[in-house]
Design a protein around this ligand. Sequence first.
Ligand code: HEC
Ligand code: HEC
Length: 309
Amino acid sequence: MCSLNKVIIACSLIILTATSASLFANETGHFGIGKKATPEEIAGWDIDIRPDGKGLPEGQGSVLKGEGLYEAKCSSCHGLFGEGEGRWPALAGGEDSLTEDRPEKTVGSFWPYASTLWDYINRAMPFTSPKTLTTNEVYAITAYVLYLNDLVEEDFVLTQNNLASIKMPNEENFYIDNRPDTNNKRCMNNCKDPSKIIVVHSLQGITPELQEKESTEEQKPLLSDQAIKGKAIYATSCSICHTSGVAGAPKVGDTAMWETRLKQGKDTLVKHATQGFQGTTGVMPAKGGNLTLTDDQVKNAVQYMVEAK
Ligand code: HEC
Ligand code: HEC
C-alpha cells in the first residue's frame, strides 16, 4: 500500500529502474521502456505491399475464380460490374473523368498501383469482415477487379510475380509534390476574425453518410432514455446497413419491413443483433461487425431502431 509521501519515493524508484534497465539490458525498447518486438510480432503488422511487389505473399488467383468470390462477397455493395450500389463506392469506370467537374475516382481511373488494390482488399475488405479472405482469394478477387477495369484479360492469373508488371492508367499523374506544406504565413496577432472566414471547399467522403431524420423524428413521441443512448451507437455501427437497407437489412422507419420481426419479441431481436443472425433476407453480422460494443450498447441500439420506426 502507498501513502502520499511514499508515492514520490516510489516514483523516483521507478524512473531509476527504467533508466538503469536501459543502460544494462538490451531487452527494453528504444527509450528504455516496453520490450523489443519479436520477429513474429513485427511480421503480424508488416503486411504492406510495395508498388514493386515487395511484401506480397506467395500465391495466385484467376479472374475466373475471382468472379464467383466477388459476386458473393463484394457485389452487394460495389455492384456486379463494380459500378457501386446506391452510394457505395464504385470500383470500375470513370475513365478520363479526372479533369471533369465531378471526377469519378475508381481503381481503374485513379489508383496508381495494383499493389494498393491487393493491399486494400487484404487488410480492409469485405467491409464488415476484414481479414477473412485467404491469400489466394485476395489474388483472385484483385484479378477480377482489374478485369472489371479492362486492365487484364479474362484468362489472366494474378501471382506475386506478375502483379508489379500491371500498369495502371493513372500512374503517371502521381509524382512527388515538393511544394511547402502551407500556403499562407502564420498569423500571431491582429488576425482575421474567425467568424468572417468562409469555408469555400470541404472534403466529400465516399462512404455513404448517415441520413439524419431529425425533422420527422421531432414530431414522433419522445425517445426513451435507452433509445437516446442507443442512437449514437446506431449511427456509428448500424446505420451503414439499416438506414439504406443494403444487403437485405431491414430499413429503420420502414414499418412493413419490421412488422413480423417485432412479433418475435424484443429479446429475440437483441439476441439476433448481439450474436449475429442468418435470416431470409441476408446476414446480420454479430454486433453489426463491431465486436468492441458491449451487450448493453447493442441492446440500446436495438431499442433506438425499434422506437425510431
Ligand atoms: C457492406 C458493404 C461492403 C462490402 C460487402 C464490401 N465493401 Fe469494399 N468498400 C465499402 C466501403 C464503405 C468502402 C469505403 C471505405 C472507406 O472509404 O473508408 C469500400 C471501399 C473499397 C475499396 C476502395 C475504393 C476506393 O476507391 O477507395 C475497394 C477496392 C473495395 N472496397 C473492395 C472490396 C472488395 C474486393 C470486396 C469483397 C471482398 C468488398 N469491397 C466488399 C463497402 C463494402
Ligand atoms: C453489414 C450490414 C449490417 C450491419 C452493420 C448491421 N446489421 Fe442488423 N441486419 C442486417 C441484415 C442483412 C439483417 C436481416 C437479416 C435477415 O433477416 O435475413 C439485419 C437484421 C437486424 C435485426 C432484426 C433481426 C430479426 O430477428 O429480425 C436487428 C434487430 C438488427 N439487425 C440490429 C442491428 C444493430 C443493433 C446493429 C448495430 C450494432 C446492426 N443491426 C448492424 C445487416 C446489418
